[in-house]
Ligand binder design. Structure first.
Ligand code: BQF
Length: 293
């Protein structure tokens, strides 16, 4: 048996086309295009590349955007001031603070200063609370993207045992809450570095979500035959055959698990592109909600 690969790039492309169509409809009604402000701090090349990808995807969807770039030594107070100002700016619909931030900046302070109704990454505590209690807010992009991958691939979630490996505020915790919601109705277990019997728990799952940050963490013996396996990991693995010296790999031992699972997401081209697509969706939603305020 061989897993059906879930084409995240393709599904994300479909969502981006849908967003583009809705943005066109929105602007044809006389509204200005949605506007996304991205705050980038420091000179992490991966962060800069993620931000370029987000801005490019926004433009393709008809969303305007700009990057506010700061040096690695910017004072926290200056970032707080910038984020607060963007929150009051009527021409800005979405605010995204690219993570990670330099060590001297407290991320929860900066994210906490983002206007919750412009928090298109869905990461501040107001939106976390809205998610947990089932009220309208912004869903974090990666968990929202994972749910879209499942539903658009016709993978049922109702009553399905979903084992999430990783308890981060970015993926594990919000995804667990999302999967528990009415309509999705999954049964959720979150595992982490201190979990006993992690292998056995994973093996009992209908859906496994790997968000640990370690290449090849999920091995074949951790997957039930016929399970759906969602790989959130993005790890650099040394590969002398590549010109850049490395390749990207997920948290799943892809070649082994593909013979066991029924559905599997590749890395790259799985969850990653969905994160970007959901950011665009959230930015459009923010713009539409703002006119109702
Ligand atoms: C793909 C991210 C760790 C830390 C900070 C497409 C992205 C990634 C992969 C992307 C990520 C990961 C982003 C692919 C945004 C996802 O084809 O597989 C897109 O741009 N991501 C980020 O902004 O910050 C991160 C991972």
């Amino acid at each position: 048996m061989s897993a059906q690969l879930i084409d995240g790039r393709g599904i994300a492309g479909q969502i981006r086309t849908e967003v583009r169509a809705e943005v066109d409809r929105w602007t044809a009604q006389g509204h200005r295009p949605p506007y996304l402000a991205v705050v980038l701090v420091g000179d992490n090349p991966a962060s800069a590349s993620y931000v370029r990808g987000k801005i490019r995807a926004s433009q393709e969807a008809g969303i305007m955007g700009d990057t506010l770039a700061f040096g690695a030594d910017v004072p926290e107070s200056e970032l707080l001031e910038t984020v607060s100002r963007l929150g009051r700016d009527k021409s800005v619909d979405g605010i995204l603070v690219q993570l990670p931030l330099p060590a001297h900046i407290r991320p929860d302070r900066i994210i906490g200063a983002v206007n919750p109704d412009k928090d298109v990454d869905g990461l501040n505590t107001i939106n976390a609370g809205r998610l947990v209690t089932g009220r309208a807010g912004f869903l974090p992009c990666t968990p929202a993207g994972i749910v879209e991958l499942l539903t658009r691939s016709d993978i049922p979630t109702c009553g399905q045992h979903t084992v999430i490996l990783g308890r981060s505020n970015l993926v594990g915790k919000p995804l667990a809450n999302l999967m528990l919601r009415k309509g999705l109705d999954a049964t959720v277990t979150i595992c982490h570095s201190r979990t006993r019997n992690l292998k056995a728990l994973a093996r009992s799952a209908d859906i496994v979500v790997a968000a640990i940050g370690r290449a090849c963490f999920v091995t074949e013996d951790m997957v039930k035959p016929g399970a759906a396996v969602i790989d959130v990991g993005i790890n650099r693995v040394e590969d002398p055959s590549r010109t850049r010296g490395y390749r990207l790999a997920g948290d799943v031992d892809f070649e082994a698990v593909r013979h066991k699972a029924a559905h599997l997401t590749p890395v790259p081209g799985g969850v990653g592109p969905m994160t970007i697509a959901m950011l665009l969706k959230n930015t459009l939603l923010a713009a539409q909600r703002h006119t109702g305020l």
